[in-house]
Design a protein around this ligand. Sequence first.
Ligand code: KG4
Ligand code: ZN
Length: 347
Amino acid sequence: MKVIGIETSCDDTGVSIFDDKKGILSNVVSSQVKLHEEWGGVYPDLAAREHTKNIIPVLDKALKDAHVSLEDIDAIAFTAAPGLIVSLVIGISAAKALSWSLDKPLVPVHHIEAHIFAIFLTQKVDYPFLALVVSGGHTELYIVRDFQDYQYLGGTLDDAVGEAYDKVARMLDLGYPGGPVIDKLAKEGKEIMKLPRPLIKEKDRHKYNFSFSGLKSAVLREVEKCVYKPEDIAASFQSAAVDVLVSKTVNAALEYGIKNIVVAGGVSANTALREKLSEEAKKKGLNVYFPPLYLCTDNAAMVAYTGYKRFVEKGITVGYDFEGKARIRMDKFVKYLKDYLNRKNLK
Ligand code: KG4
Ligand code: ZN
């Protein structure tokens, strides 16, 4: 069976083909990073225009790389939520058009779910596992008991951790996206200032919530002093951000008695997070799984694979009336999907 995956939730246009016998046959991503650089973040109108321009060439390349033709495709998976709505609708429309013209089933995927389940493309992880989702738009902790069985533990109250990396990079004039640059620069610096670790000691309501905007403002105050070197600021910021992520994740795993931790999303590429979480988890007898770097940031392989799982394990397909959503949590998306299917069955 071959499933095509389409991803356009933010600024990357991705198409991939997954084969249940051979794995990922192709994984094409057209990045818009250069275009958004001058804005220091993703500029929605520009992203939408670029997706429209790139979607067919990317699809064409994905088919060519995989040495398959459209007739060989058995199902079409697409990112239905969450993301920039103007970007999402381009991929959703392309998926619907393909499904209609090929008369093949249409399978919706939640972007965060795809980031998490990408781990199975390269590693075996036993359920239940704790998922730490860290990207440009999300910082969340979930217990994943099974596919489609998710318990939300907490998330960011303001900025996502990737967003904080991007904003700190902008303060230091380092370009976009900021994560990889800060990661690299931090290695040359020292943690010479103790920045706040927001909510790290929180025991009640915000035990598993995050907040990065205070940390970002603290960095700005240090930058404005013009006293410290950028590499030391980068190292100090990274140390604070990573401390919070590691501490909450390890605490949640211990509290809920979960042995396995999966880290997903763009920030899972971060070297300090990889090192520190692996080290702390080892001390507590926990296992940590990180995706390979090419599956950390946005891609369509994760969408093709998660769509395949939904189609084969759950037998789920949707009609052309299925709507994408800009904002919806992963656990709520499962309910949204089930409600949609119930309504359909009642008709
Ligand atoms: O998952 P992703 O590609 O897109 C979203 O769904 O948001 O994540 C992008 C984010 C950006 O904020 C980027 O700065 C961050 O991931 N990122 C990193 C690293 N590589 C990418 N953050 C920290 N360290 C990295 N090495
Ligand atoms: Zn993402």
